[in-house]
Design a protein around this ligand. Sequence first.
Ligand code: ADP
Ligand code: GLC
Length: 487
Amino acid sequence: MDPLEILSVSSVVAPFAKTGGLADVCNALPAGLVRHGERARAVMPFYGRVRKEVRAKPVPGLQSLRFEMGGKDYGASVHRTTLPGSKTEVLLVDVPGLFDGDAIYDGDRDALRFLAFSRAVIALMQWEGRAPDILHCHDWHTALLPLFLKKAYDWDRLFAQTKTVLTIHNLGYQGVVPASHIGALGLEPIRSALHQDELAQGRFSCLLHGILYADVLTTVSKTYAREIRTPEHGMGLDRVLEARKDSLFGIVNGIDDRIWNPRTDTAIAATYDAEDRSGKVRCKKDLAKHFGLELGPTTPLFGIVSRLTPQKGFELLPDVLPVFLQREDMALVVLGSGDERHERYFAWLEDAFRGRVGFHRGYDDALAHRIEAGADAFLMPSRYEPCGLNQLYSLAYGTIPIVRRTGGLADTVVDWDPETGAGNGFVFDDFTSAALQQAIRRCLDAWKFDKGWARLQENAMAVDFSWDKQILEYVTLYERLARRSSV
Ligand code: ADP
Ligand code: GLC
């Protein structure tokens, strides 16, 4: 069969711009598709900070794109680079005045910025005279492309065969603006195609319109695909998602094992594998030293690497951690930034338990690798979690995840059963401090039983969530969508 042509459009692509897992997926997916033999490219905005750091070449013929939005003329230009260590092409789109600064996200200006970016992507395809078989959009920032192709550019035969996929990485971010903004966003000419009830309530949601108009919807785990059709997790969109359930698929994310692999990781103190885990002991010592921790020979070290947002469930910690830290021989390292109250809490915890708790406020990719390798267990008590990548990285590094049974965490971590020796982590159900407390208790019990812990690590490291495996599910979906008229 001929290769499929796929254009993956997103606000971020790692390593050029990243705030969380979306960027990792928007790197790994096109790269994996190219390895599979498809013609896949990624496209993202050319942020000021990326311009400073990335060597990219202007694409001839795409330096003076023009488009109109809300009665205003915009210009755009396109540069080209490749993903590090891969032939996969990344197109970097600049719209002067909108992406000049270093910020990836910029609050109230974002709807205008990402809608202009989306328009520029359409102009780019038109000027190249090249439309993909699959236009794959990610999250609210690019969710209006299906609507544009169907209602604003339906006159252009170039897009007649193009099918659209929207992946929902996180329903918590919907790109909602006051309805009064739709003029400036260039949506007035297609007003009749917009969700009228919503407009009547004075709102316009980018993600909602993506859900309504994309040919196919995916999300990043099977459990989250079910959860978002319920009022509890649907964040106001459950009914529309339920109505589209036949076109909604859950595909669990993978791990890029060229980047997250304890055998080859260059950021960690010593490499290791499932057969010989002695390198992990050196990684733990290195991590403890970095944070100035004083660990005994059998002190278990817990790790956290995360955006510190309400999604991640850290509000459960204050009732649990100080008590454990007072009574048990255990230590904790935390890397993250976000909500001030969480930042303040971890700073307090570090202060209250000097030498046993370390907190690095900020974003640090190399340190994230060192924590995954050096910690014994990894805490992810998420309130909700569409997929989660850190628990996958933890499994690969033999770092035992403690997670709440939600979304992708439920699909990837199997609760430890000391009787049978099955399981690769600790899973709790209720979003309560008591349930988390019990999971940590069970983890500490397993830690004290040497053989059990070794088995847990072996089970964890044997799990295969490599992208090359997960990519096949996307290819099957694309094939069905592109080669047939419906899925
Ligand atoms: P989310 O996308 O919701 O933030 P994921 O678990 O899918 O959660 O992905 C998080 C990604 O972001 C991982 O690659 C993780 O290592 C990275 N990350 C999160 N916070 C930080 C941080 N403070 N420093 C470095 N990397 C971080
Ligand atoms: C989102 C989700 C996270 C997921 C990531 C990549 O940021 O919060 O669970 O792993 O996207 O799909």
